[in-house]
Design a protein around this ligand. Structure first.
Ligand SMILES: Nc1ncnc2c1ncn2[C@@H]1O[C@H](COP(=O)(O)OP(=O)(O)O)[C@@H](O)[C@H]1O
Ligand SMILES: CC(=O)N[C@@H](CCC(=O)OP(=O)(O)O)C(=O)O
Length: 294
């Protein structure tokens, strides 16, 4: 598609009120999962974050990297399994998870930010006590043995001080979803939950979760059934009826948690679309599904 100069100028003009509205505010972006599928898309996500920063909006990236963990475990000949979408993480697996997320994936994203003209800084939950975690337990259905997920954690508290400090100094914080227990142990936390908790702790204006579908569908077999807005009070019924299922449940739950803790807007958008973050923040139409309080 070739745009005329007038069309190009119109796009920039459309962004103006949004730049004015959001300048100085914080947007937490969950980048991971199946949205982390190509170099081109990764560059798009990072470019969008740098552009936000340059116009005075503060992006905070929380990343996943489940696929990179799978690949490393396979290279090491280690088996992996999931229960309720959570990786069963014994001590040996935890070592690999931490090396891959806080070492490899985090530093790759930071490097790309710096190469593309931004100032990225990598953090994990251990840095400056950012994420305190406790062991996550999944209650067993009646008559069944509870599953021990090992070092899988849930967020106990977020100390946003280090994020505030670095973001105010012009850096883009990039956070790996590794938590630390009061006893110093590492915990593996689903990145969606970390993104929701970080957004809540920062009282972010927006939480944007990138995924591999256009948003939430009322009927997954009907491409015309995308729900552009859902309210928090509609969520339990959508889950109970099986309309929101699988990996979409933690995403919606983390939107609800964020909204109930002071986050302005939450969005689940298609990370397969190049520059989907800019489209969400800077256009009248927005993209994907917005989850709102009322
Ligand atoms: N109502 C729904 N609308 C859209 N996707 C849904 C819905 N319910 C469940 N899903 C599933 O949720 C998936 C996204 O969750 P997940 O695979 O965990 O994402 P990611 O890997 O990006 O973190 C979609 O690919 C889709 O299969
Ligand atoms: C407990 C748990 O399952 N943790 C995830 C952490 C990474 C993650 O969340 O990555 P994505 O966002 O790319 O799926 C895992 O081990 O895969």
């Amino acid at each position: 598609m070739v745009l005329t100069p007038l069309e190009k100028a119109s796009i920039l003009v459309e962004a103006l009120p949004y730049i004015r509205k959001f300048s100085g505010q914080t947007v937490v972006i969950k980048y991971g999962g199946r949205a982390m599928i190509s170099d081109e898309l990764e560059r798009g996500v990072i470019t969008d974050c740098i552009l936000l920063k340059l116009v005075g909006i503060h992006p905070v990236i929380v990343h996943g990297g489940g696929k990179a963990i799978d690949e490393m475990l396979e290279r090491l000949g280690m088996k992996t399994g999931f229960v309720h979408g959570q990786r069963i993480t014994d001590e040996k697996t935890m070592e690999v998870v931490e090396m891959v997320l806080a070492g490899k994936v985090n530093k790759e994203i930071v490097t790309l930010i710096n190469q593309l003209g931004g100032k990225g800084i990598g953090l994990c939950g251990k840095d400056a006590g950012l994420i305190t975690a406790r062991k996550k337990t999944i209650p067993a259905p009646p008559g069944e043995e509870p599953v021990d997920l090992g070092c899988v954690g849930e967020v106990e508290r977020i100390n946003p001080e280090i994020i505030e400090t670095v973001k105010d100094e012009g850096y883009i914080p990039v956070i790996a979803p590794i938590g630390v227990g009061d006893d110093g142990r590492s915990y593996n936390i689903n990145a969606d939950y970390v993104a929701g908790a970080v957004a809540a702790a920062l009282k972010a204006n927006k939480l944007v979760l990138l995924t591999d579908v256009e948003g939430i569908f009322a009927d997954r077999n009907d491409p015309g059934s995308l729900l552009s807005v859902i309210r928090v009070d509609e969520v339990p019924d959508l889950i109970a009826r099986g309309i929101i299922a699988g990996g979409m449940i933690p995403k919606v739950e983390c939107c609800v948690h964020a909204l109930e803790n002071g986050v302005g807007r939450t969005h689940i958008i298609d990370g397969r679309i190049l520059h989907s973050i800019l489209l969400e923040v800077f256009t009248d139409e927005g993209v994907g599904t917005m989850v709102v309080k009322e």
